[in-house]
Design a protein around this ligand. Structure first.
Ligand SMILES: [Zn+2]
Ligand SMILES: [Zn+2]
Length: 134
């Protein structure tokens, strides 16, 4: 049953492996996640049983803890890409879906913080899609 996933940052310095299954997949629209992703929402996979192993670049991994909140953002200090991290005193592994190089087969379970959704993030399926740059 145990799956293996691997991922990396944009510059390639940080590489990691996750052994085990994800239990939840959430799209978080809270103001903190919109800031630290620079986008409409974060897309994070969660597991209470999977293990994270850094294969390279662990020295570039930084964690920003927003004071007086539980919001944490883990990233590569060279390229800024979001990276996995252990939350809740090391009991919950959070993995940004976009950081994985292996396919994500889970479908997101839910949108979180729908009340903080960006004003432009509405019915986006109806705008045109270009397969590459227009
Ligand atoms: Zn990087
Ligand atoms: Zn959030």
């Amino acid at each position: 049953m145990d799956s293996k996933h691997s991922g990396s940052c944009l510059c390639g310095a940080v590489r990691f492996e996750v052994a085990g299954d994800f239990e939840r997949f959430y799209l978080c629209h809270c103001a903190y996640c919109r800031k630290d992703t620079g986008s409409a929402h974060a897309a994070n996979l969660f597991s209470s049983t999977a293990t994270l192993t850094w294969l390279s670049g662990e020295d570039r991994v930084r964690v920003f803890n927003l004071p007086a909140t539980r919001h944490r953002h883990c990233f590569c200090s060279t390229c800024g890409s979001a990276l996995p991290e252990l939350q809740m005193e090391g009991t919950l592994l959070k993995v940004p879906a976009g950081s994985l190089d292996t396919p994500v087969t889970l479908r997101p379970d839910a949108h979180l913080f729908g009340s903080s959704r960006a004003s432009w993030d509405r019915v986006l399926e109806t705008i045109p899609t270009w397969e590459k740059l227009p």
